[in-house]
Design a protein around this ligand. Structure first.
Ligand SMILES: Nc1ncnc2c1ncn2[C@@H]1O[C@H](COP(=O)(O)OP(=O)(O)OP(=O)(O)O)[C@@H](O)[C@H]1O
Ligand SMILES: [Mg+2]
Length: 317
């Protein structure tokens, strides 16, 4: 099967700074492919290259079979793009925004009317056609932006942090729309900072300092903990307990998860009861110590820490 998106050695420099560094991956038709990474990791820069908006410094990317460097206009016609900053005109009404994007994509007549109805229905905006966009609640604005990006029925869509700063119900509804698109064969590349959202993706790429640090399904990504274990420690003073845990020879590192500590062990055969006793011997009340499967957050922290440490050891970029 020909990939919907095929990226080989994609690189973008700004002066001496390498924002995207030799990134390779492909995305299958109909796949929901997630980009996860810290601020400044290079997610938006990658997407802008894939959308034909920014020329790569090196490498190639085929989007829908079209080379983004050779035919950026051809790419733009075949894709939908929802940029990280709102792509809507705030001073226009809902209907005026739809008409504006219809004009950009050259959609007219009966097709335009059908697509307009699709957007209004999908976004739940029927009856709000004359509302000025800036007066819409965030969740509606985001769905309208998605609708406008889908007006011309592109087979591939790029969504750059589509759910930033909207409420959890709107986020859930937005992800239902993305899942629906995928089930109809649309390829979706989406960036997010929300780890719970990444779980909706078929595969996830973790981007760290411009490099592809990990790629796979959530189950595949969890394999970074093969040969190690994660102990969840419930204790009244997690921050202090984490310091004690870090000093133990069995423990590689810890992170605080709300009221508990996740302690990563060097080997998989560690005894939780022994760790509990050692904590109690150090004066900490222990509610429980139990092995837990790695969450995506555990994976993300581990991958980012290890690739960050490797970059420092190698003298950075
Ligand atoms: N036009 C530009 N000129 C110089 N540097 C740039 C330019 N665009 C992006 N950068 C830098 O490239 C790096 C990657 O930026 P990018 O916007 O791709 O990150 P991101 O992963 O999308 O981050 P965020 O999660 O904050 O959106 C950043 O350090 C940014 O400052
Ligand atoms: Mg970004």
């Amino acid at each position: 099967m020909t990939p919907a998106i095929d990226v080989r050695g994609l690189t973008r420099r700004f002066g001496d700074f390498v924002a995207v560094d030799d990134v390779s991956f492909d995305v299958r038709p109909g796949e929901i492919f997630g980009f996860l990474g810290a601020n400044g990791a290079g997610k938006s820069t990658t997407i802008r290259m894939l959308c034909g908006l920014l020329a790569p410094t090196a490498g190639t990317a085929l989007v829908g079979g079209v080379d983004v460097a050779r035919d950026p206009e051809g790419v733009k016609r075949r894709i939908g793009y929802m940029s990280q900053k709102f792509s809507l005109y705030e001073a226009l009404t809902v209907d005026q925004n739809i008409a504006f994007f219809g004009g950009i994509y050259g959609i007219e007549g009966a097709r335009f009317q059908a697509r307009r109805r699709f957007v209004l229905e999908m976004a739940g905006l029927e009856g709000r056609e004359r509302v000025v966009t800036r007066d819409l609640p965030g969740g509606w604005r985001q769905r309208l932006a998605l609708g406008c990006a889908l007006l011309h029925e592109p087979p591939i869509v790029f969504l750059d942090e589509p759910t930033g700063s909207v409420d959890p119900l709107s986020r859930r509804r937005f992800w239902d729309l993305i899942t629906d698109l995928s089930s109809r064969g649309v390829t979706v590349l989406v960036t997010t900072h929300y780890l719970d959202e990444a779980e909706h993706c078929h595969r996830i790429a973790i981007i760290q300092a411009g490099k592809l640090a990990a790629l796979g399904t959530t189950d595949e990504l969890r394999q970074v903990f093969a040969g190690r274990a994660i102990l969840e420690v419930q204790t009244p003073r997690p921050v202090d307990a984490a310091l004690v845990l870090e000093a133990m020879p069995e423990i590689e590192k810890t992170s605080i998860f709300g009221t508990s500590v996740h302690a990563v062990t060097h080997t998989a055969d560690v005894d939780p009861a022994a760790i509990a006793r050692a904590l109690e011997a150090a004066g900490h009340a222990v509610t429980s110590v139990s092995r837990v499967p790695p969450s995506l957050e555990d994976v993300f922290l581990d991958v980012v820490e290890r690739t960050g440490a490797a970059a420092l050891a190698g003298g950075g970029r």
